[in-house]
Design a binder for this molecule. Structure first.
Ligand code: GLN
Length: 199
């Protein structure tokens, strides 16, 4: 089985690389289309979704990533990464595009100015212990389609983690709190999801 790719265009990709390293999971930095060959999974990090969107087009990564998601490659987006995996966004900038893959509507910067950043311990479906989550100008999932499973909510019921088959998206950053359980969950997903690389 191949390594997990981390999209290294902008944002907190280093923290994702470090988290997988702590778990002993092999990674590859993805900056150009050839880096996508032979991956068993792909991470879209947090950062600024409008910038990652633009850079992925500039570097010719947008179309191959969309194709791989459609073919069933396991993909994991955190925060801006969740926005990029959503089929629909609210409060995006006019020209902003997404890769899609999750039949959800996501609202950008959903926590407003007073609560721009906070940490919380949240329950995550399929993980026994609560996970330590950092929310940084975080989005929220407003609507989910019938194929989407909700994996975590805040105490008030707002949805912050979803999965649809091969695509996992979360509003928050486990990779900045030293939390490794969700990366372990994704590494497991990469083993169990049926994806056949052509390479
Ligand atoms: N607000 C950012 C965006 O819209 C996401 C913030 C983050 O990834 N921490 O892309």
């Amino acid at each position: 089985m191949g390594p997990i790719g981390v999209l290294c265009l902008q944002g907190d990709f280093r923290e994702h690389l470090q988290t997988f390293e702590a778990l002993g999971v092999e990674t590859v930095r993805v900056r150009k289309p050839a880096d996508l060959e032979g991956l068993k999974g792909l991470v879209i990090p947090g950062g600024e979704s409008t910038v990652i969107d633009k850079l992925s087009s500039t570097f010719g990564l947008r179309d191959p990533i969309i194709e791989l998601i459609g073919r069933g490659l396991p993909v994991f987006g955190t925060c801006a990464g969740l926005i990029l995996l959503a089929d629909r966004i609210v409060d995006g900038v006019a020209t902003q595009k997404t890769f899609g893959g999750l039949d959800v509507t996501v609202q950008r910067n959903a926590f407003g100015s007073q609560l721009e950043s906070f940490e919380a311990d949240i329950r995550f479906e399929g993980i026994e212990e609560p996970v330590r989550a950092a929310f940084i100008r975080a989005p929220i999932v407003l609507e989910t389609g019938p194929e989407v499973s909700v994996l975590a909510t805040l105490n008030d019921g707002r949805v912050v983690a979803v999965r649809q088959g091969n695509v996992l998206g979360i509003s928050f950053h486990p990779e900045v709190t030293g939390e490794t359980a969700i990366h372990e969950y994704f590494a497991q997903m990469c083993k169990t999801v049926d994806f056949k690389s052509r390479n």
